[in-house]
Design a protein around this ligand. Structure first.
Ligand code: HEM
Length: 395
């Protein structure tokens, strides 16, 4: 008995420490991947909106090289030849655009590696924390699909359907990573050991839950419409607000606006649709903004009524604030003539709004809802050394 106890204790102790380290590592990698993904998404918007999407017209290299500078060094007169191959679809190398595109690719590549690490950890250790391996596998699948869409975006010369799908799967990757963060930092966990949840939200009425879910679906549709507006270069079709082309209901070709597939041979930079089709896209995005705002406000109002769930109420306030910010950015963008920084901020605003709404849905639907606060607690505990004391104490 004595021998068992004396051997058993150190063993249990070391097992628990190993578990804590794996979990901590996974949390750190997931938060890092999530943060990098946010940067990659916004950087992608910047590349797209600054017309640098074809800054490197080949894939995965840039004019056949690892970096734009290496490509430039091998070029004679810009755009004429690259290592003896005549032109890359006649596109001269523009160093600024090429670097923007390549930085996006380097960052996306790093993100892919980080996600693979997170997925590997989730698959190896899922029993210990109950992290669903399906979420990790979904992340790997989506990031691989993103790689293919990234390639097609370039090789199919900015085909709007591919560009929009690339934007949407970027947002999907971000959402899945965020969901994983929420899962890894359950409510009530103030350390890396994962104490049992003692502050579960009260019973949430089904109306509040369904409204939050409906708002999420509507927001996803609105983001898709935004991607369609941007990839068809439709922004400038309506340079005024609240009217478009000086009219409340301008001449618009809704049928041509939503033809999803066009020829593969065309170069889509600058857009290929007629003005009336672009107007239709713009108008639908504006109407969508009003519809999604209404549903979001209903969801926020409903969440605010949940007195037993303080966290949901706090997140609802954040959702409302981010909606106001996003609408302000959208309107200012039009009134100021579509400056690049506001168009990029509009993408970032949509991403933040989506994340906040996901947190609201998580808090209303899930019994182990996580908070940004507990995530911050874990990291501050780690840096102040509180974690060490706790893990030693509990062992
Ligand atoms: C909740 C409200 C809204 C959401 C979630 C949203 C989302 C988006 C997204 C994701 C894009 C694509 C950005 C990119 O290419 O990366 C976009 C584009 C755009 N949005 Fe919105 N939007 C909203 C409201 C508005 C409003 C109110 C306006 C103006 C009245 C507006 C005008 C535009 C324009 C003009 C573009 C195209 C930008 C360009 O190509 O330069 N949006 N939107």
């Amino acid at each position: 008995m004595t021998t068992q106890t004396s051997i058993g204790r150190p063993l249990a102790h070391s097992c628990r420490r190993t578990t804590v380290n794996w979990l901590a590592l996974m949390r750190i990698c997931t938060v890092a991947a999530f943060s990098l993904c946010l940067i990659v998404v916004v950087l992608g918007a910047y590349v797209r909106l600054s017309d640098a999407g074809l800054g490197c017209p080949d894939w995965p290299g840039c004019y056949g090289h690892l970096s734009p500078n290496a490509a430039a060094a091998h070029m004679g007169t810009a755009g004429e030849t690259v290592d003896g191959v005549a032109g890359w679809r006649g596109r001269p190398l523009e160093l600024g655009k090429a670097w923007r595109e390549m930085v996006h690719r380097y960052a996306a590549g790093t993100l892919g590696i980080l996600i693979a690490c997170v997925a590997a950890m989730a698959l190896v250790r899922w029993r210990e924390r109950g992290v669903p391996p399906t979420l990790a596998l979904a992340l790997v699948a989506v990031v691989m699909l993103q790689g293919v869409l990234g390639m097609l975006t370039v090789t199919w010369q900015l085909q709007p359907l591919i560009v929009t799908l690339h934007l949407l799967f970027g947002f999907t990757t971000l959402s899945l990573l965020w969901w994983l963060v929420l899962k890894l930092f359950p409510e009530g966990t103030d350390d890396l050991i994962g104490r049992p949840d003692t502050r579960l939200p009260g019973t949430v009425p089904i109306v509040a839950r369904r409204l939050a879910l409906l708002a999420l679906v509507m927001l996803a549709i609105q983001i898709s419409l935004g991607g369609w507006t941007s990839s068809n270069y439709a922004a400038i079709a309506c340079p005024d607000l609240p009217t478009c082309q000086g009219q409340w209901w301008p001449q618009a070709d809704f049928r041509a606006a939503f033809v999803l597939w066009h020829s593969r041979e065309l170069d889509y930079e600058g857009g290929v649709l007629d003005l009336s089709a672009r107007i239709a896209i713009d108008v639908i995005h504006r109407v969508g903004a009003m519809a999604v705002s209404l549903v979001l406000l209903l969801a926020v109002g409903s969440a605010l009524r949940q007195r037993a769930n303080q966290r949901a109420r706090a997140i609802a306030v954040v959702v409302a604030a981010l909606l106001a910010l996003q609408l302000t950015i959208g309107i200012s963008m039009v009134l100021r003539g579509f400056p690049l920084w506001l168009a990029t901020a509009h993408n970032a605003g949509a991403a933040l709004l989506l994340l906040a709404l996901l947190a609201l849905d998580h808090s209303l639907w899930s019994r182990d809802a996580g908070t940004v606060r507990s995530a911050l607690n874990v990291f501050s505990a780690r840096w102040t050394g509180r974690l060490r004391l706790k893990s030693t104490g509990s062992a």
